[in-house]
Design a protein around this ligand. Structure first.
Ligand code: TGC
Ligand code: FAD
Length: 392
């Protein structure tokens, strides 16, 4: 892969709207990605292996629990800092950002918000350092967009719960130490349980042959009569709103993250267009290529402003789930379209691993599907503005 020459576009001087702390945190993450992710990520993706060597670095830049209070090992940062860290990591690779999203928003967040003090103290510090890695089991083979239909269930056996079922498409599953699993009790009410590796009957087979998110490990969580201690149930929230609350936090992070992938594609395509000569001049001098590049920077700028405003609302505790859906949907779509256009600017070179664009493009095909598909987020906006439910 070519050396990482990334220069971040900031067409509307958005840096002026950030605090010095935001910029320091962002720049530290940016430097780390350049130093520790860019040199290894293409090979990891080609080999379809999550590069575990980067786990300590992710912890060091605050990517595990950026907004979790420091008393539990988190970085105690605000929501804009969280977004900026996700942006920088996904500039490197969406699969690496996935690992951080899952650890922070889908594992640490529910333990922090829905767990008791003992659970917080037991799990959060180790998750913050990356000593333990987590996964989040909501999706099932027959229940993806409609998690309310889940069949994974647990029964009260007096001194423990007995858990049965299977989760599919689970990021980090093959190597997770703990899994936050959503399952129904005997009354059909959804609860979160922390399942630990080593519990008898709990297995995590890897899903192979993905063309997308190849540097992220994806797999199943299978529960066959797993005895889960009663103290592993998250006591402070139940019902579908509990996992969906975690998704709000992760979807918010994605709305920033994908800006990073888009910026990398744009920056690569702009540099290439200025250097690549055809018909006697750089291809950047042809109107057709300028149209692509001009539209890319316009869309990136709009997405940056959307994410920043959403971050301000999140900091004030005012962001609605529907606002988060709009940003996730818009920004992922923006990034995927930019990746496709940028790849064309590189011609044949665009399909090779010499450049990051094709990898971003393939990754974003997952990002537009997970955490609620492009369609589901449109229906969430539709319901919010009309009051009419078009899901069912
Ligand atoms: P519905 O009746 O609308 O809601 C049930 C209860 O949940 C509440 N609620 C929310 N709470 C918090 N945040 C949200 N975003 C919420 N949306 C709804 C709602 O108020 C209600 O509460 P209550 O107290 O009245 O019971 O539920 P529904 O069954 O009609 O479904 C709605 C729908 C379709 C929007 C929802 O099921 C959905 O979002 N589906 C998409 C599923 C999804 O996003 N799965 C993601 C799995 S995890 C993942 O992909 C990780 S990838 C990670 C990575 O690698 O980065
Ligand atoms: P379906 O729900 O079967 O949808 C198929 C198509 O039908 C989609 O186009 C969808 O938009 C459309 N559709 C569905 N319902 C409607 C409707 N009402 N109206 C109109 N169209 C509709 N899940 C986890 O729990 N944890 C994870 O860590 C995790 N990581 C993932 C990692 C990867 C790489 C991938 C690909 C997925 C991951 N997922 C995870 C699962 C992900 O959240 C689901 O794939 C996603 O929610 C969609 O579910 P599905 O794949 O079953 O598709």
């Amino acid at each position: 892969m070519k050396p990482d020459l990334f220069e971040a576009p900031d067409y509307y001087n958005i840096d002026d709207l950030l605090t010095e702390e935001h910029k320091l945190i962002r720049d530290a993450a940016r430097d780390w990605v350049k130093r520790d992710v860019s040199p290894i990520i293409e090979e990891a993706a080609q080999d379809a292996k999550f590069p575990k060597s980067i786990i300590p670095g992710l912890a060091e830049i605050g990517a595990f629990g950026p907004y979790i209070p420091e008393e539990y090992g988190g970085a105690g940062l605000d929501q804009i800092s969280y977004g900026l860290i996700m942006q920088e990591i996904e500039r490197g690779d969406s699969g690496v950002r996935s690992t951080a999203s899952v650890q922070s928003s889908l594992v640490m967040y529910p333990i922090w918000k829905y767990g008791n003090e003992e659970q917080r103290k037991k799990y959060l510090p180790k998750l913050a350092t990356g000593e333990w890695m987590g996964s989040f089991g909501l999706t099932e083979p027959d229940h993806g967009s409609n998690p309310a239909g889940m069949v994974t269930n647990f029964k009260d056996k007096g001194d423990h719960y007995l858990l049965n079922g299977a989760k599919l498409w689970i990021s980090n599953s093959p190597f997770c130490d703990v899994a936050v699993v959503w399952a129904k009790n005997e009354e059909g009410r959804i609860h979160g349980l922390v399942v630990e590796r080593g519990m008898e009957g709990f297995t995590t087979p890897e899903t192979h042959n993905k063309w997308s998110l190849r540097a992220s490990a994806t797999g199943e969580l299978i529960f066959q009569d797993v005895k889960v201690p009663k103290e592993n149930l998250l006591p402070n929230k139940s019902g579908l709103g509990a996992p969906l609350g975690c998704l709000d936090s992760a979807r918010y992070g994605i709305s920033w993250g994908v800006i990073g992938a888009a910026m990398d594609c744009y920056d690569t395509a702009l540099r290439y267009a200025k250097e690549r000569v055809q018909f006697g001049k750089p291809i950047a001098g042809f109107q057709l290529q300028q149209k692509k590049l001009a539209e890319m920077i316009t869309e990136i700028t709009k997405a940056q402003l959307l994410a920043l405003r959403l971050g301000q609302l999140k900091n004030e505790g005012k962001a609605t789930s529907a606002q988060i859906s709009m940003a996730k949907r818009n920004n992922v779509d923006m990034a995927l379209k930019i990746a496709r256009e940028a790849r064309q600017i590189l011609g044949g070179m665009g399909i090779t691993g010499e450049y990051s664009i094709m990898r971003h493009m393939m990754n974003l095909e997952s990002v537009i599907t997970y955490e609620g598909t492009h369609d589901i987020h449109l229906l969430i906006t539709g319901l919010d503005i009309t009051g009419e439910n078009a899901f069912k």
